[in-house]
Design a protein around this ligand. Structure first.
Ligand code: NAP
Length: 261
């Protein structure tokens, strides 16, 4: 539950903002005062998120835009259009907060996975994170911004692996390495980069998982339940805010104790 106005006047870009965790991040950030750009390849769902966002803080405004994070051209157009978009609250500036939440799965066992199933997941989850992180940080550096926070939604399976997800777990391990490196390179510009690693969260992505698999998973989660998107959003809001001002290059697990050892 939002308890403060920590994100007032923070222009925030959320990819994958049309659904699940990304949508919850948009809602949480708006409730804390941020102006939010909801970006998703599904523009209809991005617009649905837009309708849900609170506008209780002075100067706050939100926007929904389409993007394919796996396309450099599409990402560059997105970041450029945000900077030049004329909304009363947007000061022709790049977003000082970015949450990379766009992601896909295409599950198959290693022995059966096709090359294109592997490539597609890497393109969206890993290359997409690279393209968005690069475009946003370039824009912040060019604008002479004094601070920024880039948060990437990884996954606990990037650390421990998961049967049937060789592509997905590789992509999520990759975003942690990318984030640690970006943190080292961008600290001198005041830009912090961190990951949030959800365990199993109730979203359209996990709706695809058969119920008997969910039951088995839930049984091994120490807290005994799946997580909620809002619980991931809480960790993202902390990493976006000045409450985490001396934190960069880390990963916060939001997994109900799953795989703690
Ligand atoms: P979700 O409900 O499926 O939301 C993902 C959103 O990203 C969807 O709106 C999707 O659009 C969009 N998207 C997919 N490819 C895109 C692209 N190329 N460009 C722009 N947007 C794109 O899934 P979620 O569970 O909220 O997942 C959000 C993030 O959390 C993902 O990175 C996921 O890997 C991560 N995560 C989720 C869980 C979990 O248990 N749910 C656990 C760990 C990590 P479409 O609807 O058109 O596909």
């Amino acid at each position: 539950m939002a308890a403060s106005s920590r994100l007032i006047s923070r222009l925030t870009l959320v990819t994958g903002g049309g659904s699940g965790i990304g949508r919850a991040v948009c809602q949480r950030f708006a409730s804390e005062g941020a102006s939010v750009v909801v970006a998703d390849r599904n523009e209809e769902s991005a617009n649905q998120t837009l309708e849900l966002l609170s506008r209780d803080h002075k100067g706050q405004g939100h926007l929904a835009l389409g993007v394919d994070v796996s396309s450099k051209d599409s990402v560059e157009k997105l970041v450029t259009s945000i900077q030049f978009m004329c909304l009363s609250c947007f000061l022709a500036a790049p977003p000082s907060v970015c949450v990379n939440a766009a992601g896909i799965t295409q599950d198959e066992f290693l022995l059966k996975m096709e090359e294109d199933e592997f490539d597609k997941v890497i393109e969206v989850n890993l290359k997409g994170t690279f393209l968005v992180t690069q475009a946003v940080s370039k824009a912040l550096v060019s604008a002479g911004a004094v601070k920024g926070s880039i948060i990437t939604v990884g996954s606990i399976v990037g650390k421990v692996g998961n049967i049937g997800q060789v592509n997905y777990s590789a992509s999520k391990a990759g975003v942690e390495g990318l984030t640690r490196t970006a943190a080292k390179e961008l600290s001198k510009f005041g830009i912090r980069c961190n990951c949030v690693l959800p365990g199993f969260i109730t979203t359209p992505m996990t709706d695809k998982v058969p119920e008997k698999v969910i039951d088995k998973l839930t049984a091994v989660i120490p807290m005994g339940r799946m997580g909620e998107p809002a619980e991931v959003a809480d960790a993202c809001a902390f990493l976006a805010s000045d409450d985490s001002r001396y934190i960069t290059g880390i990963s916060i697990e939001v997994a109900g104790g799953l795989f703690i050892g």
